[in-house]
Write a protein that binds this ligand. Structure first.
Ligand SMILES: [Zn+2]
Length: 98
């Protein structure tokens, strides 16, 4: 399931949260805080690769994040992705085949 709308319905949000929890567990992707143990802690859907680069709601690009981590990350590129890009970049081109 994916949608290009900016806002999700409550139903869609629930669907994504369930799908991601099944894949990653009910924890914050960044700090590992368990949402099950602290149900009052707000969990949010975060675009792993920022929305402006990968727009839309694709479950492959979504993770669960606590509100603090989501706000802290904001629109930044995740560091592991930056490292990956730096590792494969060569001045004369990209090592990865298209
Ligand atoms: Zn967190």
């Amino acid at each position: 399931m994916s949608t290009s709308r900016v806002l999700l319905t409550t139903e869609e949000r629930g669907h994504f949260q369930c799908a991601i929890a099944k894949r990653d567990g009910r924890r914050c992707f960044y700090c590992g805080r368990n949402f099950k143990k602290r149900p009052m802690r707000r969990k949010t859907l975060d675009h792993y690769i920022p929305h402006r680069i990968w727009p839309g709601w694709d479950v492959d690009n979504l993770v669960l994040a606590c509100e603090g981590c989501n706000v802290a990350k904001a629109d930044a590129l995740p560091w592991p992705l930056v490292w990956l890009l730096l590792a494969v970049y060569r001045p004369d081109g990209w090592e990865l085949a298209a």
